[in-house]
Design a protein. Structure first.
Length: 94
């Protein structure tokens, strides 16, 4: 099964400036070592992925990388405090 999604990499120290991930965590941990990914609850449900399961991402050039799902959280408009997260994102970009 394959799905097209957008993947954004964020340095671990920068995550809290963009969003309060810990508050929106559904499963897993915010301590994400190299090779792990945090995904939204909607995508996890759509793909049938749970914490500690692997998934493979592939670029349009067919370059692939296997990652382990380290955490699942509520993202986007489904999450709480969307306006506050948007404000923190703008502040992080300044």
């Amino acid at each position: 099964m394959s799905h097209s999604v957008s993947v954004t990499g964020v340095a671990p120290d920068d995550v809290s400036a963009i969003s309060d991930i810990a508050a929106s965590l559904v499963a897993g941990s915010t301590d994400l070592p190299i090779g792990t990914a945090l995904i939204g609850q909607g995508l996890a449900s759509k793909l049938g992925v749970q914490v500690e399961q692997t998934m493979t991402i592939q670029s349009e050039r067919r370059l692939g990388q296997t990652l382990t799902c380290g955490a699942i959280c509520v993202l986007g408009s489904a999450g709480r405090g969307v306006a506050a997260r948007s404000r923190r994102l703008r502040e992080a970009r300044v």
